[in-house]
Design a binder for this molecule. Structure first.
Ligand SMILES: CC(=O)SCCNC(=O)CCNC(=O)[C@H](O)C(C)(C)COP(=O)(O)OP(=O)(O)OC[C@H]1O[C@@H](n2cnc3c(N)ncnc32)[C@H](O)[C@@H]1OP(=O)(O)O
Ligand SMILES: CC(=O)C(=O)O
Length: 521
């Protein structure tokens, strides 16, 4: 590989707010990172907690194809011998071939945080690395706060690297620990360091100035051959450098080989998988791997994309396992509609009058508060209906809702629905936890005899957005419903001044969509 990717999702990533991986999570993530082809995976800090120590016992049982597991820890504490240092002992117990230890490279930190002398810090670094090497381990040295240290006292920061280098550190990893360094500073400082270093250099950047990815790439340009970062940029404070951006930039734009051939296509899958395990939202606009990273909304963009995707895409989304999406909204032109129709196999090849009418209708509906962008299923039904490919599966004749509250009991709701399916009329009543639930129950009860397949679906999310809050309780609301069966999820939308009406529209679309999909498959 041209550049070694060193993933620290399980160590520095886990220092991010809201993240806590179980042992099982950690092992699953290791397998997934190995599947991606990551070179080094920092599994944790064995001296920190029993879970991390146990991780190193269990990770040995995994059959990894690419990744080497590393353990993390600090140099020995000031004023004690290496054999008395609990962290160094725990690193040995981890039983891995490679360990990474961090030592202070900023004189201010040595004096204020470690509360020791500059000389003792150098001894701590030398003795800790020597000791671990004597135990047969490869040792990487993370020079904590290297860039801040260099700016404050370049001579001392270089002495720190020299100390690690002279006792055989395999890598000197320059850390922008506080994430405050800007790209040109990184560039200039690494150029200087290269004059002294005989050991390969790595970079470990934090994102506090939103520069971590750029800083890592510039470091590679300056000759760093190891990049430390995390999947999805998880990490302490504002996070670490996001490997989901670094890896494709290195491979596709800087012509560096960092993953086994063909594996870059697994990137989006790995990113989503790890966000699921981390129980963190996957950001729609995350570069390269976000669901919206290649979503096109503006009509002008889509028009050009149809001519050549290079017009508005910096890479082919398939290269990172992502895909292009075209959104239909009030900002659409005919091209958006044409693209969407092609996707749905609706034949509207001509930019004709009917197509113009449909796009105008969409713009009018959106100006009333409807939003098709987050409701693909409603959009599909609308387009199919507009172009004569679909009719509703049932017709509502009447709907009554009784909401009751008695003195000492909570509100109850009951919905009565009368509808027709073909020639037949159905009349049902059902209760629910609230009015929307009662509606849903009653509607399902009415149609289940003819369409038993609706038993396979359930509502998985329900969101209400007030569109004109200054109208108080008479405000228009948009209801977005997400439904799911065992195979897929789909979203529908409804808009009204009345939340029940908006919910009804979204529920009806949701059921019709399921029935339509069943019909055509
Ligand atoms: C830049 C980074 O991200 S470094 C990694 C940071 N990650 C973590 O801290 C997560 C894991 N940490 C832990 O579980 C705990 O902090 C432990 C087990 C490491 C230490 O716990 P404790 O012994 O209770 O110490 P505590 O956390 O309060 O303080 C850290 C100690 O490490 C010392 N220390 C900090 N950096 C270093 C270093 N490079 N080498 C040696 N000692 C260090 C501090 O001076 C402090 O020592 P003190 O107790 O004598 O003041
Ligand atoms: C070592 C490390 O995590 C840092 O300096 O940020």
């Amino acid at each position: 590989m041209d550049v070694l990717i060193y993933d620290t999702t399980l160590r520095d990533g886990a220092q991010g707010e809201g993240l806590s991986f179980s042992l099982d999570d950690k092992l699953k993530i290791v397998e997934k990172l190995d599947y991606l082809g990551i070179a080094y995976i920092e599994g944790g800090w064995p001296g920190s907690n029993p879970k991390d120590l146990e991780f190193f016992n269990q990770v040995r049982n995994l059959d990894l194809k690419h990744a080497r597991i590393t353990a993390f820890g600090s140099t020995r504490k000031p004023g004690i011998g290496v054999k008395q240092d609990a962290n160094l002992q725990a690193l040995q117990q981890a039983g891995v071939a490679t360990v990474t230890i961090f030592g202070k490279a900023w004189d201010f930190h040595v004096l204020r945080a470690l509360e020791t002398t500059l000389e003792e810090n150098l001894n701590m670094i030398r003795e800790s690395i020597s000791y671990l090497k004597e135990q047969g381990m490869e040792v990487f040295f993370d020079a904590e706060h290297f860039f801040d240290g260099y700016k404050n006292n370049a001579n001392y920061a270089l002495q720190v690297l020299q100390a690690a280098q002279e006792v055989g550190a395999g890598y000197l990893v320059l850390c922008d620990t506080n994430g405050g360094t800007l790209s040109w500073e990184i560039e200039e400082i690494i150029k200087e360091v290269q004059k002294y270093s005989r050991v390969p250099l790595g970079i470990h950047a934090h994102n506090d100035s939103a520069s971590a990815v750029g800083n890592s790439l510039i470091a590679v340009r300056q000759g760093c051959s190891q990049v430390q970062g995390t999947i999805n940029g998880y990490g302490e404070r504002c996070g670490n450098a996001d490997l989901c951006s670094i890896i494709p930039n290195l491979e596709l734009k800087m012509d560096k080989r960092v993953l086994p051939p063909g594996n870059l296509k697994r990137l989006a899958e790995v990113s989503h998988y790890i966000s699921e395990i981390a129980n963190m939202p996957h950001h729609n606009n995350q570069p390269f791997v976000g669901y919206g990273a290649f979503a096109h909304k503006g009509g002008i963009h889509v028009n050009a994309l149809l001519k050549d995707s290079l017009t508005y895409e910096h890479i082919d989304p398939e290269e990172v396992g992502n895909h292009r999406r075209v959104l239909v909204s009030e900002l659409s032109g005919l091209s958006n509609l044409l693209y969407k129709a092609r996707e749905l196999n609706i034949d509207i090849n001509n930019y004709d009058h009917e197509t113009r009418r449909v796009i105008k209708q969409i713009k009018e509906m959106e100006s009333q508060g409807l939003q098709f962008e987050g409701a693909d299923a409603s959009l599909e039904l609308f387009l199919r209906k507009a172009f004569g490919q679909y009719e509703d599966f049932f017709q509502l004749k009447n709907l009554k809702l009784i909401i009751e509250k008695n003195e000492d009991s909570p509100i109850t709701a009951e919905a009565m629905v009368k509808l027709t399916i073909g020639e037949k009329t159905f009349h049902t009543a059902a209760e629910g936890d609230g009015p929307v639930n009662a509606l849903d129950n009653s509607l399902r009860k009415a149609i289940t005899e003819v369409y038993p397949e609706i038993g396979e679906m359930h509502l998985s999310d329900y969101k209400v957005r007030v569109l004109n809050g200054n109208e108080g309780t008479a405000a228009r609301v948009r209801v977005l419903i997400e439904s799911a069966d065992q195979k897929s999820k789909w979203s529908t939308v409804g808009v009204s001044e009345n939340i029940i009406e908006a919910s009804w529209q979204a529920i009806v679309d949701s059921i019709n969509y399921l029935l339509f999909k069943k019909q055509i498959t």
